[in-house]
Design a protein around this ligand. Structure first.
Ligand SMILES: Cc1cc2nc3c(=O)[nH]c(=O)nc-3n(C[C@H](O)[C@H](O)[C@H](O)COP(=O)(O)OP(=O)(O)OC[C@H]3O[C@@H](n4cnc5c(N)ncnc54)[C@H](O)[C@@H]3O)c2cc1C
Length: 235
């Protein structure tokens, strides 16, 4: 497997639970929006696979840097990534994965939980750059409103027809918020579009989130052939 050594460029904490990092994009590194890679920390000992994790690429192929959006954690890997100086060496493997947009203009509904937004960001920025004409809905679920990553980007995305629906699952009734409240369910989907059986669906996030989304869609008689999933095992 090819490995590409690169330099860590930037690190931004979002709320208390997540971090966006950017790194150099290697010259020969090509990927399709929605794919993931092995993000390797060569300065950690390579014992028991501790120095790498699968990470979805949050940047779009035409963007100049690679971006990742990580759940913070206490593993040696996450602590190293949170504390190492900018400019440190990291590495990526060849991209892989089949969580990819179909090459047509059919309506698409994204169902993203937490850091599951990473590959969706890549696909939407790519679609906007290509001026894809079909409609998109993005249902983006977060536990709290302290740091909804890429919120401004999705609110202001031009170049494609996006209906952006952020939802917060743990919000006191008296807390002000203009988006949806609670977990994504069928009534929430119906508040934003009529025919649940028509679009293609892309569900991504923790295995628990993805399972819940597939169950919801199957209860609404959405065909499995219309559902593409990416489960972030390990979350
Ligand atoms: C395709 C794919 C894309 C991903 N993209 C992202 C992303 O964009 N952002 C992000 O934050 N995370 C992503 N992940 C998850 C990521 O690889 C890490 O597992 C996660 O971030 C937790 O890492 P950690 O070091 O905090 O915890 P860890 O120390 O790795 O582990 C946390 C817990 O999960 C268990 N575990 C670890 N790996 C697996 C596994 N493969 N299967 C089952 N159990 C496991 C461990 O035993 C432990 O109990 C992705 C995973 C996959 C498979």
């Amino acid at each position: 497997m090819s490995m590409y050594p690169i330099e860590l460029k930037n690190r931004t904490t979002i709320g208390s639970d997540t971090t966006i990092i950017t790194a150099e994009k290697p010259d020969r590194f090509q990927f399709t929006a929605g794919q993931f890679t092995k993000l390797i920390l060569p300065n950690l000992p390579a014992t028991s696979s501790e120095n790498w994790r699968w990470m979805s690429i949050a940047s779009a192929p035409a963007e100049p840097e690679l971006m990742f959006y990580l759940a913070n954690g206490v593993s040696a890997y996450k602590r190293h990534l949170a504390g190492c100086p900018l400019g440190s060496s990291v590495a990526v493997s060849e991209p892989r994965g089949k969580f990819l947009l179909a090459d047509d203009d059919r309506e698409v509904v994204f169902l993203a939980g937490g850091v599951g937004i990473a590959p969706v960001r890549s696909m939407l920025v790519h679609a906007a750059a290509k001026k894809r004409t079909g409609s998109f809905w993005l249902f983006y679920s977060n536990a709290n409103g302290n740091g909804i990553a890429f919120d401004q980007l999705f609110q202001n995305l031009t170049g494609t027809n996006l209906t952006y629906v952020p939802t917060i699952t743990k919000l006191a009734d008296d807390e002000p918020w203009t988006g949806e409240r609670g977990r994504i369910d069928a009534p929430m989907l119906r508040r934003h579009f009529d025919d649940l059986r028509a679009p293609r669906y892309y569900a991504v996030g923790s295995p628990e989130f993805v399972r819940a989304m597939v169950l919801l869609l199957r209860r609404e008689s959405v065909s499995l052939s219309q559902i593409t999933v990416e489960s972030f095992t390990g979350l």
